[in-house]
Every structure is written in structure tokens, then in C-alpha cells.
Design a protein. Structure first.
Length: 457
């Protein structure tokens, strides 16, 4: 009887271990909430002081503390770790704050992030500076980019849209007011179109004029036609659309200048240098220009096309340099982007503050996107696997960078969102000639109801 009980207990233990291993691989979020979280908390509490000492994050105690220890106990005086705050569990990991000791800086903790990860058995550790003397540790329990689930609470507002998930389990928010223009690079099937699709679907719910240039005959942007205020599907149409946008920008500058007729006693809040300082009833709607496959605007075959190319590039550069104050923002997408495209390419790239690099076919393409702002991010971009579409490295001219991944959004869902929000498209008279034609949705006729079968008596 005892042997039967022993074998039953062993079988139950093996089944529990196997179930936990399966859950860790197939359902990492559920595994973290049930198994990983308690284990990591126990490791952290049990080994906090020794781990900090091994990482070199402890300091000698103050003189008063040393005297108090000597007076009350006979224990050995040991170095003191940073003071730990309350542990806050999350659906993807843990958060806790550390109060640094005198002489320490956040870089000291960030340098030990990899050691802390192994010591506490988590997937990654990220350090964020909260205020002078206080840092926050964000412990991520599993690879959140393998199966993307956006946080329930995200920052959103005018021209602020969450479009992807960062590797530290926070949302990547595309903020056009902070980063006006962006360059998005990626090879075929890298997820670049998914990023663009998510961005358009998120902006469609706001009062923003969306304009597209898609030189692939519109196959990428045409499904969003109900929400677009303008669309060009070949270089010839783009050469007609860009001058209109430049003229619209100049008209908006005239409006701002007229508002700047500052009289004595004018309140400070009425003095402005961009459209956001104008009264709401006078403020023109912001415009976001999406350029898909920007290389198609640069490629030429004849002298006439070369002149048209030079004009379009000049207009794009003017929009990138001056468009922010007028409320005109650029989202430039392509597979490659560099000096080999021709005159003006490097100058245009220098005006694009934000950079998003998906999987690329060569290292030179990654250097085009990230080499001039974050050289250490080039290797991370080159190591993106083809099995992870939507994974990208994002950076800006501040030098910071991180990995992100866009959640899956089908073309049908994005197109349906654009149809439902078509009434939110603001009226921009200058763009009326470029408004794409939207065929009416066919109404399905109800199926005829079959007559009931006769009853035979």
C-alpha cells in the first residue's frame, strides 16, 4: 500500500512539473502569475543584501550607524545595500524602487542589470531614473515580445497613439508633438506595413487629416481611403500633391504671423509661434503625411523624371524642416534609404527625428536608420529573426533605443476602423482634389423566405 501511495505521489509531481513546463512555454503570462511571481519574490527577499553586495552596490555604513551596531550588538559591521521600497507585482513582472546611497548613481545599477536578472531568475531587468537619488527597477518575468499583448492603461492624447509594445512591457507611444517626423525601414515581410497599418488605425479616431503617398499603385494605403484626406498612387500624382502641402504650410504660417500682431497688454497665452497656440476655433487641423516606399520618389529614368524628382525631394525637405510649427508631420517608410538614392536623400534623413528599423537585408540598411543616432543599436537591428515579423528597434536623436513589436492587426480590421471613422476626417479645402474616391458599400438584399410546404391531409 505504501508503494502505491509513493508511486501516485511521484506521478502527481511529474504531472505538475510537466504542466508547469508546458504553461511556461505556451502560456507564459499564466505561468508567471501562478509560479514565476512567487518564486522570484522569494528569491529577491532572501538574497537581496547578498546580491547587492556581489554586484558592488553596497557602501560602508555611516559613522552613527556603525556606532549604534557596536553599542547594541557584537555583529560584524557589513556594507549597507540601497534601501528597497515596496515590491509591486504586475501582470508581466515586478516593480520596486531603490534609494541610492550617497556616492551612487543610476548608471551603477544599470551596469548590474544582467547580474540581477540571473540572481532573481527573471527574463530582464530595466532601470529607470525616477528622481535624484531614486531609481525604479522593472523586472520582466518572460519575453513579452514573443506574444504581444498591449497594456490596458496607455498614454494617449492628441497626436499621441500607442502602436507597439516595448521589451520592458510598456507601450511605445508615437507622439507627433514630441517627435514630429519619423523614418520607418524594413525589408519585405518584416512587419513594416503592420506598423503603418496600426498607426493609421490609431490616428483615424482623432481629428487629424491623413494624407498618403503610395507609389505601389495604392495597394498599401487604398484600403484606408474612406479616412484619407488625400492620396497619390504614383510619382506624377505625388508631384502635384506635395506643392499643395507646401502651399498649405505657407498659408498656416501667414495665419500664425497675423496672430502675432502683438498689441500692448496682450496676454502671454495669446502669443504663439505655432498652430497649437491659436484659439481652438481658428486652429487648422493637423496633417500627417504617410510616404510608403519613399525610394520610388527618388528613382528616375529620364531627364524629365530627374527634374520632377528634384522638385519633390526639395518639397519633402521643406515640409520636414518647417512643417512642425504648421502642424504637418511626416511618416516616411521604405526598404532602404541612403545617399545612393540621389541628391537630397541624406539631408531629408537628417530631418527625421524618430527612427524605426525592422528586419533588413544588410547591415548598411541598419546603419542608414540607426548608425547616426545610436551606433550600438545597429547590431540589435541586424539580429532580428525572420520568424518574428513586427519586431523592430526604435530610437531617436537623443541616443536612446529599445526593441518593440507591433501587435497583429488584420487589413480588414484596419479598413473597417477607417470606414467607421470616416466622418472624423477634417475638412482641408486644399486637399479636396486629392480625396480618394470611395465606392459605396453594396447593400446585401435579404434572402427570400421560402413558402411553407403545403400540408397534405
Amino acid at each position: 500500500m505504501t508503494d502505491l501511495v509513493t508511486w501516485a505521489e511521484l506521478g502527481g509531481s511529474l504531472a505538475a512539473i510537466g504542466g508547469a513546463a508546458y504553461a511556461r512555454h505556451a502560456h507564459p503570462a499564466a505561468y508567471w502569475s501562478t509560479v514565476g511571481l512567487p518564486v522570484s519574490v522569494a528569491r529577491l527577499l532572501a538574497s537581496y543584501s547578498s546580491t547587492m553586495d556581489a554586484c558592488g552596490l553596497t557602501v560602508e555604513p555611516s559613522r552613527w550607524r556603525a556606532l549604534a551596531v557596536k553599542a547594541t550588538t557584537r555583529r560584524e559591521i557589513r556594507p549597507v545595500p540601497p534601501r528597497r521600497g515596496m515590491i509591486r507585482p504586475t501582470s508581466t513582472g515586478l516593480r520596486l524602487r531603490l534609494r541610492l546611497a550617497p556616492g551612487q548613481e543610476p548608471a551603477d545599477v544599470a551596469a548590474s542589470a544582467e547580474r540581477l536578472r540571473h540572481a532573481w531568475g527573471v527574463h530582464a531587468v530595466y532601470v529607470r531614473d525616477v528622481k535624484p537619488g531614486v531609481v525604479e527597477l522593472r523586472l520582466v518575468g518572460f519575453d513579452v515580445l514573443r506574444k504581444v499583448r498591449m497594456p490596458r492603461r496607455t498614454v494617449s492624447g492628441p497626436l499621441q497613439v500607442p502602436v507597439a509594445l516595448r521589451e520592458d512591457a510598456t507601450a511605445f507611444v508615437r507622439d507627433y508633438r514630441a517627435v514630429p517626423h519619423e523614418l520607418v525601414l524594413g525589408a519585405t515581410l518584416s512587419g513594416k506595413s503592420m506598423f503603418l497599418r496600426s498607426l493609421i488605425a490609431a490616428l483615424a479616431a482623432q481629428s487629424v487629416a491623413l494624407v498618403g503617398i503610395d507609389c505601389k499603385r495604392g495597394v498599401e494605403l487604398a484600403p484606408f481611403a474612406p479616412r484619407l484626406s488625400g492620396l497619390a498612387t504614383d510619382p506624377e500624382q505625388a508631384s502635384e500633391l506635395l506643392p499643395v502641402l507646401v502651399k498649405e504650410m505657407e498659408d498656416r504660417y501667414d495665419l500664425i504671423k497675423a496672430r502675432q500682431g502683438i498689441a500692448p497688454g496682450t496676454p502671454d497665452e495669446e502669443i504663439t509661434s505655432d498652430i497649437w497656440g491659436l484659439p481652438e476655433d481658428e486652429r487648422p487641423a493637423p496633417i500627417v503625411l504617410f510616404v510608403d516606399e519613399v525610394a520610388e520618389l527618388f528613382l528616375v529614368a529620364t531627364r524629365k523624371e530627374e527634374e520632377r524628382r528634384d522638385e519633390m525631394v526639395t518639397q519633402l525637405i521643406r515640409l520636414a524642416q518647417l512643417g512642425r510649427a504648421a502642424g504637418i508631420y511626416l511618416e516616411v517608410c521604405g526598404q532602404r534609404f541612403g545617399a545612393e538614392l540621389g541628391k537630397g536623400a541624406t539631408m531629408l534623413r537628417a530631418q527625421l527625428t524618430g527612427r524605426v528599423c525592422h528586419r533588413v537585408n544588410d547591415e548598411a540598411s541598419a546603419k542608414m536608420a540607426l548608425g547616426d543616432i545610436a551606433p550600438e543599436a545597429v547590431y540589435a537591428a541586424c539580429s532580428i529573426a525572420a520568424e518574428l515579423p513586427g519586431l523592430a528597434v526604435v530610437g531617436d536623436t537623443s541616443g536612446g533605443w529599445s526593441r518593440i513589436r507591433t501587435p497583429y492587426l488584420s487589413l480588414a480590421e484596419a479598413a473597417a476602423t477607417c470606414r467607421e471613422t470616416a466622418h472624423l476626417a477634417p475638412d482641408v479645402p486644399a486637399l479636396t482634389p486629392f480625396r480618394p474616391y470611395v465606392p459605396p458599400v453594396p447593400v446585401k438584399e435579404p434572402k427570400p423566405v421560402a413558402a411553407p410546404a403545403p400540408v397534405i391531409e
